[in-house]
Write a protein that binds this ligand. Structure first.
Ligand code: SAM
Ligand code: SF4
Length: 436
């Protein structure tokens, strides 16, 4: 039996793709091992969203340039799709490159390798298929990912995803529901629906469910207590999604809605397809719900042409929305993207300065927002135990980390739902005591 090791870089889509790849490999008779040293086959499932992410995989491969003899190296995912067979030149010890749109072909590509081919590639983006497999090897025993849509049909000026993951393909609503039911039967209480833009979902079967309809159906699967979804694109974020969250408490009250910039001029240059005002209307819908919805976002600073004034209005947006948390990024030039040809690139030091200001402002907002939870009781799914502090690690429906003590009782709480009174708050987490 052949052994393999896999390391995953990047987003949750990649993490779940790897779970499916592992399942596929195990189904083909391969055995997973925990380190590359013990493996005959070494897989890297890669990310190319920013330059730094892309460099990581070449750095890993470099480590094996000399002492990787006898091993087979494979590059999967976004770098594989973006660089294609050029990877064989950059890293001659690589034997397989395969983009995510070709994962269905992995078993066949592995057979080619085993039967003597020196180099094989799966790089076609011309597919209507999604990567569905009954074999996914899920890493988390309580929360399971379900891919509902792959690829992206938008063309944000900075982004490689449309080039690395191909066109949008939605799964049928019935296959998503069948997977959700199966996961609930297996004991998972939380599922997370995944896609680059989950809310662009459109059931290809005659039922033609949109995303809100899919949410309502998944919310009613017996046994599921929490349903999350990420990422939502503001352009396709309709009010019906907010209504569904309000109707079904099983749908977690957390929405990740990447804004990228608070300046309509920049949003236009980024080809984001919404204005600041349209974005803020969606925020107003969420702020008007019965159950408070936690809102998180992504911000890019230093997109070409971003003036001090554009930057200031992004800071103003943070003040206005008061996000529960954000991911902030410095703009990174990516191959093939429309923004490559734009002039007026912002110097690296200036991007660093702007990012630091954004993160500092957001830290102050989070301290203020989290402080408002002190005294409240929150239901947590217990996800871990910190031996150093003796605290359990819980997650609220709003996706906040709540560390808590449970004096006098040491039974295993992992995977259970408990109520916790919040006693302290920091910028990135809450702390409290279990009340049941
Ligand atoms: N589809 C989602 C959307 O439209 O909001 C985002 C998916 S993308 C994988 C995740 C985040 O990476 C984006 O929201 C953006 O903030 C960031 N990102 C993408 N391309 C980038 C680039 N070239 N430079 C810096 N950040 C980038
Ligand atoms: Fe990238 Fe834009 Fe597609 Fe999101 S919507 S994956 S940012 S191109």
């Amino acid at each position: 039996m052949k052994t393999f090791y896999i390391e995953t870089f990047g987003c949750q889509m990649n993490a779940h793709d790897s779970e499916k790849v592992v399942g596929t490999l195990v189904g083909q008779g391969y055995r997973q091992v925990p380190t590359p040293d013990d493996a005959e086959l070494v897989f890297y499932n890669t990310c190319s969203i920013r330059d730094r992410a892309e460099q990581k995989v070449f750095h890993r491969l470099d480590q094996f340039k000399r002492d990787g003899k006898g091993k087979t190296f494979a590059v999967l995912g976004c770098v594989a799709q973006q660089e294609g067979e050029k990877i064989f030149e950059k890293a001659p010890h690589v034997s397989l490159v395969c983009g995510s749109a070709s994962y269905n072909r992995l078993p066949e590509l592995l057979v080619q390798l085993e039967t003597g081919s020196r180099r094989v590639a799966g790089l076609s983006l011309d597919t209507e298929d999604t990567f569905e497999t009954p074999f996914a090897r899920r890493d988390n025993p309580h929360r399971a990912y379900i891919t509902i849509i792959e690829g992206c049909d938008k063309s944000c000026a900075y982004c490689v995803v449309p080039f690395t993951r191909g066109p949008e393909r939605s799964r049928t609503g019935q296959s998503v529901l069948a997977e959700a039911r199966q996961l609930a039967d297996m004991g998972y209480s939380e599922v997370q629906l995944l896609g680059q833009n989950v809310n662009s979902y459109r059931d290809p079967s005659p039922a033609a469910w949109d995303f809100a309809a899919l949410l309502r159906h998944v919310a009613q699967v017996p046994g599921l207590r929490r349903v999350r979804f990420t990422t939502s694109h503001p352009r396709d974020f309709v009010k019906d999604i907010v209504d569904a969250i309000d109707e079904y408490p099983v749908l977690c009250n957390h929405v990740h809605l990447p804004v990228q910039s608070g300046s309509t001029r920049m949003l236009d240059a980024m080809q984001r397809l919404y204005t600041r005002e349209e974005y803020l209307r969606r925020i107003e819908w969420m702020k008007a719900t019965r159950r408070p919805i936690a809102i998180t976002t992504d911000i890019i600073v230093g997109f070409p042409g971003e003036t001090e004034e554009d930057f200031e209005v992004t800071l103003d947006l943070l003040d206005h929305v008061k996000y529960d948390s954000i991911f902030g990024f410095k703009y990174s030039r990516r191959p093939n993207t429309p923004a490559l040809t734009l002039g007026d690139q912002i110097p690296e030091e200036e991007k660093t300065r702007r990012l630091a200001i954004v993160l500092e402002k957001q830290r102050a907002i989070q301290i203020e927002r989290n402080a408002a939870y002190v005294g409240s009781v929150e239901e947590c799914l217990v996800e871990g135990f910190n031996r150093a502090t003796g605290q359990w690690i819980g997650r609220t429906s709003q996706h906040k980390t709540l560390n808590f003590l449970r004096p006098g009782r040491d039974q295993d709480l992992l995977g259970r739902y408990v109520d916790v009174r919040v006693t302290r708050a920091g910028p990135n987490s809450l702390a409290g005591e279990c009340v049941n």
